[in-house]
Unconditional design. Structure first.
Length: 324
């Protein structure tokens, strides 16, 4: 506890540093004057600028570490919080609004976890941030915004809501294309008597669930959907399927794409043991792994086989794009 300061007290931040030292511009501010480490969280839509912190249902404050670009490391302020008990320093929390700050009281570090989030310097890239779980040593003087995520100790698989594309505004975007492809295939599965649903998977010790994945309950197939058939999309989809399959009892892994992948990518999927389903002008087509043929799906029980094209018959030019 900071001497002379009661939880709930409000004062300008510059005055806090005049009294207790520390760096006025830093979110995590160790003091060389007294044995304290002060941390500041900005009040906004969430407790911090990247929407990952806040008050958790587990009774801890989830506080995102410092570092604005690239993976966060245990250096400077993050290292100070990690070692605060070893170094004999108390951990003092504030929430700030413009130039004023409200004192929350003393905290202690329970543990931490890491979360992937878009890099502010390049939203197309992901980076890893540190989220500290901090235990208050007294009652909080104010109500804090809720944390959007909390790590689970066991894997959780839940049904995710899916809004058909016909009920949304159809804009030309990767997300819209994904939804339309998913909608068409789910309608097809329904017509042939299959029950399908979207699943959201939360791995143990992770705070964020995977993006929703389609599961065919009737065939016990785990289906990853991609709106494009570029190499990076295919490679990413393989990793996603292998990751999700650890938590779902699936008889087969399937990649659903809008068009037939190039021969080399089909070979890659074959090596990974993944079935490919795509749509052409005649309907849905299924390419099974370890089979030199293509199965055309024309109904629940009606199938005809046609040879897969040879690599020499197909242009193998490729475009590499970032997936969204």
């Amino acid at each position: 506890m900071l001497d002379g300061l009661a939880p709930g007290a409000q004062l300008p931040r510059r005055e806090i540093h005049q009294l207790f030292g520390g760096r006025p511009q830093s979110a995590i501010s160790p003091s060389s004057r007294v044995n304290v480490i002060m941390f500041f969280a900005a009040i906004g839509t969430r407790l911090d600028a990247i929407d990952l912190g806040g008050w958790g249902e587990d009774g801890f404050l989830h506080y995102v570490g410092e570092g604005q670009s690239g993976d966060q490391q245990f250096t400077q302020g993050n290292k100070a919080i990690l070692n605060h008990r070893h170094d004999g320093r108390t951990l003092e929390g504030f929430v700030s609004d413009q130039n004023r700050a409200t004192y929350l009281g003393e905290f202690t570090l329970a543990d931490y976890y890491r979360v992937d989030t878009p890099d502010p310097a390049n939203p197309h890239l992901l980076r890893q941030v540190i989220v500290f779980r901090l235990k208050p040593l007294g009652d909080l003087p104010i109500t804090l915004p809720k944390a959007p995520y909390a790590p689970s100790t066991v894997p959780r698989v839940e049904e995710a809501r899916f809004i058909p594309s016909s009920l949304t505004t159809r804009r030309r975007s990767s997300r819209a294309d994904w939804k339309e492809l998913a909608d068409r295939y789910m309608r097809h599965l329904g017509r042939v008597g299959h029950k399908a649903r979207m699943l959201r998977i939360l791995p143990p010790e992770e705070a964020q669930p995977f993006s929703p994945t389609l599961f065919d309950d009737t065939a016990h197939e785990l289906i990853e959907i991609r709106a494009h058939v570029t190499r990076d999309q295919i490679r990413s989809a393989i990793g996603t399927l292998l990751d999700c399959a650890r938590f779902v009892d699936a008889a087969e892994l399937v990649l659903l794409v809008p068009t037939r992948p190039r021969p080399d990518l089909l070979t890659l999927l074959d090596r990974a043991g993944i079935t490919v389903v795509y749509e052409d002008e005649e309907g849905w087509v299924r390419v099974e792994p370890a089979a030199d043929n293509t199965t055309r799906i024309t109904g629940a029980d009606s199938k005809t086989r046609t040879p897969a094209p040879h690599a020499a018959d197909v242009d193998d030019g490729e475009g590499i794009t970032s997936w969204t």
